[in-house]
Design a protein around this ligand. Structure first.
Ligand code: SAM
Length: 450
């Protein structure tokens, strides 16, 4: 099979869109991966986020026949991807591999020649870019159809009508999703929640904010909104690098546009004029740069500082922040006490930390029919999806205390009681926990450094 050519737009495609078989594009997803390869060992190349998602949702028979998962770059947060060892080619025996799945669309051409090198010319290669999308398959198909037609005909004038229809329907749909990480709505909602949590506890004008685990998609949205609420400067860090710096710049441009179009949607000083708002935005972001380059070229690092690093090895200055915020990060950490100590060190005396913690089995975000928020508490031998740590609500207060962080407030923000028969299936330590504790699927902590 001919490898797919790297299309001019492939780098900008979003995770989650399902690419289906198409003769013209030569992208072919195995129709039933587990069934097709059950008798053989398979190597998976280009194991990254997409592969994790793929394995997560693939037919369980697939698990029986994975030979090796290969990737040149180690997983930063451990050596496991969905329980399969990630091995460099030199470290493992590859003689038994007859089939290869290539899961990275962007590097498909390179990985194809690597597969031929490693496994010989007779190996069967299949391309699967099925990221177990939460977006409807239909949109993936339509997207691909327009893309393919566009590239084949180069008749841009004739095609923009259909492309535009697709764009606006996708855009409307995405705009309505509160989970769309590139969307302005999510950033505004996240910031508003933090702002409300700190109401009466801090004064935004002059505040210095650090966002720990700011994400790989739109890492500086919350920071920009903090600046617009009056913060003096912000820092943000994440252990994972940006997925797509250009896309992140577009997302920032959308957020800027949204704030200028509707300043009343901003928490904070709503009396500020658009001119004042624009001046503040322009001090933090080079607006022309957002159009033409990537996010990090276009932001003022003094106001919007960004670092790719783990909280465990933070280079953020100590005692320098009035507010440390972290959303949906603590559940992913293997060493919560160490992270809390790092937060403590970054806070100035009297500074506040706001932690939003999601206790759910994260597989439910891909497959809510199979997984519930407690399903990762059933079999403790199974590695959890995205390295979630299984700590429960009731276990945190003593960790806060040990980190010398005074608890200003620690409350459940989402409660989902377990059905009567579910508790019996949990592993012993969780079966012993109270129903109330197990029912907490999200919580918010506000902590103060004394
Ligand atoms: C579920 S995402 C949340 C991202 C963002 N806060 C949001 O709400 O959209 C969790 C983030 O935590 C980051 N993370 C995990 N371990 C980390 C660590 N040790 N230090 C810093 N960030 C970490 C991950 O890379 C990921 O981007």
């Amino acid at each position: 099979m001919r490898p797919p050519a790297r299309s001019r737009s492939s780098a900008g495609r979003q995770d989650g869109v399902k690419y289906m078989a198409s003769e013209s594009s030569a992208l072919t997803a195995p129709s039933e991966p587990g069934a097709a390869t059950v008798a053989e060992d398979v190597a998976i190349l280009g194991a990254g986020w997409s592969t994790r998602q793929f394995l997560q949702t693939a037919d369980c028979r697939t698990r029986a026949c994975i030979g090796v998962v290969l990737d040149d770059s180690p997983d930063r947060r451990g050596d496991q991807v969905c329980g399969y060892p990630v091995q460099a080619p030199a470290e493992c025996s590859l003689g038994h591999i007859r089939s290869v799945w290539i899961t990275s669309e962007m590097y498909a051409a390179e990985l194809t020649s690597r597969a031929r090198q490693l496994f010989g010319d007779s190996v069967r290669i299949e391309y699967t870019f099925d990221h177990a999308s939460s977006l409807p398959k239909l949109l993936g198909d339509a997207y691909l159809a327009v893309e393919t037609a566009w590239e084949q005909t180069c008749a841009e004038d004739a095609l923009w009508y259909s492309a535009d229809r697709l764009y606006s329907s996708l855009r409307t749909r995405l705009d309505s999703l509160s989970t769309w990480r590139y969307g302005p709505r999510r950033q505004l909602a996240e910031f508003a929640e933090m702002y409300a949590a700190l109401d009466g506890l801090i004064t935004w004008p002059g505040a210095r904010l650090a966002n720990i685990g700011c994400g790989r998609y739109h890492p500086l949205g919350v920071s920009l909104l903090a600046l617009l609420a009056g913060a003096e400067r912000t820092s943000a860090c994440d252990v994972e690098p940006l997925v797509d710096p250009r896309r992140a710049a577009q997302a920032m441009a959308d957020l800027v546009a949204e704030t200028l179009l509707d300043p009343r949607a901003l928490p904070g000083d709503r009396t500020a004029s658009r001119t004042a708002l624009l001046a503040r935005i322009e001090s933090a972001v080079n607006l022309e740069g957002l159009r033409s380059s990537d996010l990090l070229q276009a932001v003022n690092p003094t106001l919007l500082d960004y670092r790719v690093e783990s909280i465990y090895e933070s280079s953020l200055p100590k005692e320098d922040f009035d507010v440390v915020v972290s959303r949906d990060v603590f559940e992913h950490l293997s060493d919560v006490p160490q992270a809390l100590a790092a937060v403590y060190d970054r806070l100035s005396p009297g500074g506040l930390a706001v932690l939003f913690i999601d206790f759910s089995d994260h597989r439910r975000y891909q497959d809510a029919r199979t997984y519930a928020h407690w399903s990762h508490l059933e079999d403790l031998d199974q590695p959890t999806h995205l390295h979630t740590n299984r700590l429960r609500f009731s276990e945190y207060p003593q960790l806060f205390e040990r980190a010398r962080l005074e608890v200003v407030g620690f409350e459940p923000t989402q409660i989902e009681p377990l059905p009567a028969d579910a508790k019996m299936k949990l592993a012993l330590p969780y079966r012993r926990m109270s129903d109330d504790d197990l029912a907490v699927s999200r919580a918010r902590a506000i902590l103060r450094k004394g």
